[in-house]
Design a protein around this ligand. Structure first.
Ligand code: FES
Ligand SMILES: [Fe+2]
Length: 376
């Protein structure tokens, strides 16, 4: 671990009113990016998206992060499993992309693993002394599901997920998160550090300047940030109409998520589960992003849009949901332009940490506080 990157990280621990941002070198240095693989991505829990990426037993998807490929799959009992995408014989990659299978067969010498990761068959291995299939199952990682989100930990020393998330489930109880269904999942590479991608999604300050003609007028001034106990930050804000549509498309709104009560019916909750997954829970839809570093100045972003099954069943769903997806892409394009520009500015060798607008950027300050802890 490297504590040498910048002594000013200490200013990140202050309250948003007094804090300074994470120093620019943390967004631009390749040595920081390489250290983050260990300090951030291989240590705690990583949000890897919506658990309905793998719906039925045998469904799998390969996920690339923390310098490796991971197979996320649903086993026969319906449990999520995560395995290293590396054969225990001589290391070949087992699968690519997504699919459905009865087990994992290595394309090289045909070793076959069950959905529980156990080695089931290994051709012609009888002559190998003391070869026991039970010792040659896939390397397995912890995989869990909460509120329809999938989490993976590459570290046996990470705390229990519920201890890590604290009161996350309680704060989000008004939304039936676990029942929402993914309608579109897409990936894009962005020329910026993974942290600034998540930051911009979690702050209201840029709305009138970056999204002036698209979504700004939909969002009211947000509430004070929630005081939470887990490794996440959250801020609710009322909206005029729905945050899921452009200003010009508000007449295309879909029904409310069934069962919402109170202020959940009136706006959007923006939540960032540290380090890399964030989402907006709206009155009618949920959309999420994960960001994964590809070096210091590039990241891979996954965007997922979800709706309740009742809404998806409506005859005009396809037509109306297209307007929601259009809004996601429009705001993303506007953010990407701002982020690429921010990344260029951060690369100035003399760039310094900056101060936060406490009411509009508290989630960014909360992340900086959490992030400073990973280097201790
Ligand atoms: S490397 Fe997989 S069976 Fe040989
Ligand atoms: Fe934005």
């Amino acid at each position: 671990m490297n504590k040498m990157h910048d002594p000013d990280l200490g200013n990140c621990v202050k309250p948003a009113e007094a804090a300074a941002s994470i120093p620019p070198v943390y967004y631009t240095s390749d040595s920081v990016a390489s250290d983050e693989v260990e300090t951030v991505f291989r240590r705690g829990w990583i949000g890897v998206g919506r658990a309905d990426m793998v719906r039925a037993p045998g469904d799998f998807i390969t996920l690339d992060f923390a310098g490796q490929s991971i197979i996320l799959l649903r086993d026969k009992t319906g449990q999520l499993r995560a395995f290293a995408n590396s054969c225990r014989h001589r290391g070949a990659r087992l699968v690519d992309g997504t699919g459905s299978c009865k087990g994992l067969r290595c394309p090289f010498h045909s070793w076959f693993y069950g959905l529980d990761g156990k080695l089931v068959a290994a051709p012609h291995m009888e002559r190998a002394h003391d070869f026991d299939k039970a010792d040659n199952g896939l390397l397995s990682y912890r995989a869990e599901e909460r509120l329809g989100f999938a989490f993976v930990s590459l570290s046996p020393n990470a705390p229990e997920l519920d201890a890590y998330l604290g009161d996350f489930a309680e704060l989000h109880a008004p939304w039936p998160m676990g029942q929402l269904v993914t309608v579109r999942r897409q990936e894009v590479e962005v020329d910026c550090n993974w942290k600034i991608f998540l930051e911009v999604f979690n702050e209201y300050y840029h709305l009138p300047f970056v999204h002036a003609d698209s979504i700004d007028s939909v969002y009211d001034k947000p509430d004070a940030p929630d005081v939470v106990t887990g490794a996440y930050a959250s801020q609710f804000g009322a909206t005029e109409g729905t945050g899921g549509l452009l200003e010009a498309d508000q007449d295309k709104s879909l029904p409310e998520i069934p069962g919402l009560t109170g202020k959940a019916r009136k706006g959007a909750r923006y939540t960032w589960i540290f380090p890399n997954m964030t989402f907006a829970a709206n009155r009618d839809a949920l959309w999420c992003y994960e960001a994964y570093p590809l070096g210091a100045s590039k990241c891979r972003v996954v965007q997922t849009s979800c709706f309740p099954p009742e809404t998806i069943a409506l005859p005009d769903f396809e037509k109306k949901s297209a307007a929601y997806l259009k809004r996601m892409d429009a705001a993303l394009d506007e953010d990407i332009e701002a982020l690429v520009n921010q990344q260029k500015g951060l690369a100035c060798p003399d760039a310094r940490p900056g101060r936060f607008q406490p009411d509009l950027e508290p989630n960014v300050a909360a992340f900086a506080r959490w992030y400073s802890g990973v280097w201790v």
